[in-house]
Design a binder for this molecule. Structure first.
Ligand code: NAD
Length: 484
């Protein structure tokens, strides 16, 4: 955590197989120690988008024509290089995005594991299918789409990048990746390591914010855009992509409900539920963002969540005593503080829980303690928006129909959870929830499985990542038919 370790990387972009520097640098500061500059990265201009998209377009035919087994073997080699660097990169990641070391290590190791899982699934998905009978000879080829623009956020940047990069490269596409300016360092290191093993132009990285993102989405060479981030920016991406009829996959925000049924076992449920709410200071797209409890058990649940969260310690991500770290920016913290303040004015009862770790420089980072809010109704701001911070509303319901109606009463539909001692009963309720996924008796990063497609309904997005369906997002089918 020493501020003397300023330059952890050259911070160049990566275009056409080469590092590219510019005179303009983006400063990446540690959100837990704002005085610390973790690194600077080269800020790209529209000319770099042009160069990267051009390189990706030139590399596309050869990469698409490389036999699948050869692509898979090159990518497996690249992953070995990344896996060997997980421990070092995790420390940098905690410093750039504020996550705990456990969270950063998990982001990197899950990313590599996910890539390997998709390498294993590819042969069953990407081959041609041929029918040859008395009526016809028909073959359906699964071809790469072409140049893909991958735009990613800062919160779990590695696994979220790999959720796009792996299927894109495996299916034979070339890519231009634009990381978030808030956490570009480790993503760029991972991409540089993978890109160095592949032919020039297959993987390209440009740094920058909205202007660069828009230039990339609008670039004529780009055939598909895969974006993970907020609904507001996702909408802009989709509008810009519409002009060139580019394919879009959008992984956007969430406002995940957790529905506790009346037979829920609080001893086992509440520690997991609290983890689902507060991990990463709530800055996870599928964090628990609303909790619905039977009125008869409301006070008991609030008490139980409160006593777990009261044990939490908030501090720097590299402080082993910290349950969670800071928010990502001053603006993000101010926004969450505003939501809490307005919830209080709207009649909510706000409990501030936990405490800072002993060693944290509280004013030196964007820290916020865990909060629990009761007494709000379904229409309250804190219930309807994505808070993306360590605060959650608990809302009482009278019967399960009402709970399901309130859970579904949202613009979002990413994940969700149902909690009950009776798994079958919980599954019955889960089937009624409008979301991309519903967990039973858990709701956190460890609840995911590589067999589970991930994505949202409604404003939470378009498309799915992971599994066979995630690979299919990066192919176009081409049918060739000869009628007999
Ligand atoms: P964001 O939308 O602000 O930024 C995401 C990316 O878009 C960044 O790389 C940013 O530089 C880029 N960008 C900004 N303006 C752009 C523009 N006009 N055109 C193109 N690109 C542009 O999101 P964020 O703050 O980095 O991430 C938090 C949000 O992401 C939350 O809403 C969260 O729920 C969501 N998220 C969703 C998932 C998911 O899988 N569904 C995962 C993680 C985060």
């Amino acid at each position: 955590m020493s501020s003397s370790v300023l330059q952890v990387t050259a911070g160049d972009m990566f275009i056409d197989g080469r590092p590219v520097a510019t005179g303009r640098r983006i400063e990446v500061r540690d959100p837990g120690r704002i005085a610390d500059v973790v690194a600077t990265v080269a800020e790209g201009g529209v000319e770099h988008v042009e160069a990267a998209a051009g390189a990706a377009a030139r590399a596309a035919a050869d990469w698409a024509g490389t036999p699948l087994e050869e692509r898979l073997s090159l990518l497996a080699d690249a992953l070995t290089v990344v896996r060997a660097r997980i421990d070092d990169l995790a420390v940098i990641l905690s410093r750039e995005n504020g996550g705990t070391l456990i969270e950063s290590t998990m982001d990197l190791s899950r990313g590599v594991d996910l890539f390997e899982d998709l390498l294993g699934r590819a042969p069953g998905v990407l081959g041609d299918r041929t029918i040859d009978d008395e009526r016809q000879w028909l073959t359906v080829e699964r071809r790469p789409v072409g140049v893909c623009a991958l735009i990613v956020p800062w919160n779990s940047p590695v696994v979220l990048t790999i959720s796009k990069l792996a299927p894109a490269l495996i299916a034979g596409n070339t890519v231009v990746v634009k990381p978030s300016v808030l956490a570009p360092v480790v993503v760029a290191e991972v991409l540089g390591a993978i890109g160095a093993v592949l032919p020039p132009g297959v993987v390209n990285v440009v740094h920058g914010d909205a202007e660069i993102g828009q230039a990339l989405v609008a670039h004529p060479a780009v055939r598909k855009v895969s974006f993970t981030g907020s609904v507001a920016i996702g909408r802009q991406v989709m509008a810009t992509a519409a002009d060139g009829m580019r394919r879009v996959s959008l992984e956007l925000g969430g406002n995940d409900p957790a529905v506790l049924l009346d037979d829920v076992d609080l001893d086992s449920a509440v520690p997991l539920l609290a983890r689902g709410i507060y991990t990463r200071a709530g800055q996870i797209c599928f964090a628990v963002k609303r909790v619905y409890v039977p009125r008869s058990r409301h006070d008991e649940v609030v008490e139980a969540i409160g006593s777990v969260a009261d044990e939490y310690r908030v501090g720097h991500g590299l402080d082993g005593n910290a349950t969670f770290g800071p928010l990502i920016t001053a603006a993000a913290r101010a926004r969450v503080e505003g939501l809490v303040e307005r919830a209080r004015h709207a009649g909510g009862v706000v409990r501030e829980l936990g405490r800072p770790t002993d060693s944290v420089d509280w004013d030196g980072g964007y820290y916020l303690l865990p909060h629990l809010v009761t007494g709000l109704d379904q229409s309250a701001e804190l219930v309807t928006v994505e808070q993306f911070g360590p605060v959650v509303p608990v809302i009482a319901y009278d019967d399960v129909d009402q709970a399901v109606a309130m859970a579904n009463d949202s613009e979002f539909g990413l994940c969700s959870s149902v909690w009950s001692a009776d798994a079958e009963r919980a599954i019955g309720v889960a089937r009624r929830i409008e979301a991309g996924g519903t967990f039973i008796n858990s709701h956190n990063v460890s609840s995911l499985s590589f067999d589970m497609p991930f994505g949202g309904v409604k404003r939470s997005g378009i498309g799915r990542e992971r599994t066979e369906i995630g690979l299919l997002e990066y192919v176009e089918e081409h049918a060739i038919r000869l009628a007999h």
